[in-house]
Ligand binder design. Sequence first.
Ligand code: 9MR
Length: 366
Amino acid sequence: MRKTTRAAVAVLAAAALLSIGAQPVQAGGAHGKKQTLRSAAPRDLRIGTAVAGGGHHVDQPYPDPFPNDKQYRAVLAHEFNSASPENQMKWEFIHPERDRYNFGPADAIVKFARKHGQAVRGHTLLWHSQNPAWLEQGTFTKAELRSILKKHIFTVVGRYRGQIHQWDVANEIFDGNGAYRQENIWIRELGPEIVADAFRWAHQADPKAQLFLNDYGVEWPGVKVDAYEALARQLLADRVPLHGFASQAHLSMRYGAPDQLQSVLQRFDDLGLYTAVTELDVRMDLPEGGVPTEEQLATQARYYTTTLNACLAVDDCNSFTLWGFTDKYSWVPVFFPAEGAATVMWDDFGRKPAYYALRDALAAAR
Ligand code: 9MR
C-alpha cells in the first residue's frame, strides 16, 4: 500500500512533547539558526513557492523578479525544494503565437530548480484564463482546436519530460456551482470529455509526472468539491491517468480559517490520489497606514499552519506550495486593492510570524 505512516508519526511526536512538557520545536532545532522551510520539512513533503514573473508583474514598476532580483533568488533556493512558474508556463506566455513558443523563462526556472535540488510543478495546460489572443479570438474547427491542444501538451510537457514532479493539467474547470465553466474554450467548444484527453496526452508526453486537478474554492466542502470528487471517480473508473487533486488555498481573513481542508483532502486521498496545496496565501484587510496589527499577523500565522497541518495529516499530501513568499511580488494587492500582506515575508524578506509558525510546524512533523 502506498500510504505512509506520517499521521501516526505526527501523533507520536506530539505525545512525546506533551509527556516531557516540552514546547513545540523552536526555530533552529538541530540545525541551529540555519534551519529553513525545506530543511525543516518531512522528507515526503515538498515545500514550494510560485516563481514570480509574467502576469501582473509585467505591469509593475520593477524588473522581472526571478532573473533580476538576486536576494529573491537566494531566498528561493534556500527556503524551498519545489518551484511553480507563476505565469511562465501558461499559454499566453509560453505559446504567444500559433507557430511560436517562448520557452526561455520556463527553461530558466527548470534549470535553476535542477541546480538547487528543487522539484517543479508545471502550471498549467487546460484553463479558461491567460490564453493568447490568437487562440481565444481565432476561428477554428473542432478538429483543429483538438489538435492545437494535443500539440501544445505534447510540445510543452514533452520538453520538460522527466523534470516535472506534478502538472496542473486542468485548472479551475468548475464554477462556484460545480458546473463546467463555459468560459473555458476547450470545454465550451469540445465538451467536458476533453479533460480526460488532456490527462491522457500529458501522461503520454511524460509518464512519470503526477497529473493533477487544481482549483480554488475547494478548501471547504460544497458543490464544487462534490463536482471534483464525482469527476475524479469517473476518470479513475475510466482508467484515465489522474494522480492528484489540489487545493490552491488563496485564503482571505474575511472568510475564516480553513478548518475543514483536512476532511476535503482526505476524500481524495481515500480515492487513492495524491493531494497537494498549490497556491497558499492569506490576505487581510490592511488598517490605515498599511501595516498589519500583531493580532492580524497571529491570525494569519494560524491560517497558514491550519492549512499545513491539514496536508500533514493526510497521508499522501506530498506537496505544499506558497503563492509567492514575499509581499514585494504578491499578486494580492493588484487584484484586491483593500487587502494585502498575504505572504510569509515582508517586502525586504524579513520573516513574519507565519513563516516561523510554518517552520516550527514542519519541524514538529519530521
Ligand atoms: O499570480 C498570477 C498573476 O501574476 C497573474 O496576473 C494572474 C492572472 O490570472 O494569475 C495569477 O495566478 C493565478 C494562478 O495561475 C491560478 N490560480 C489563481 C492565481 C491567482 O490569481
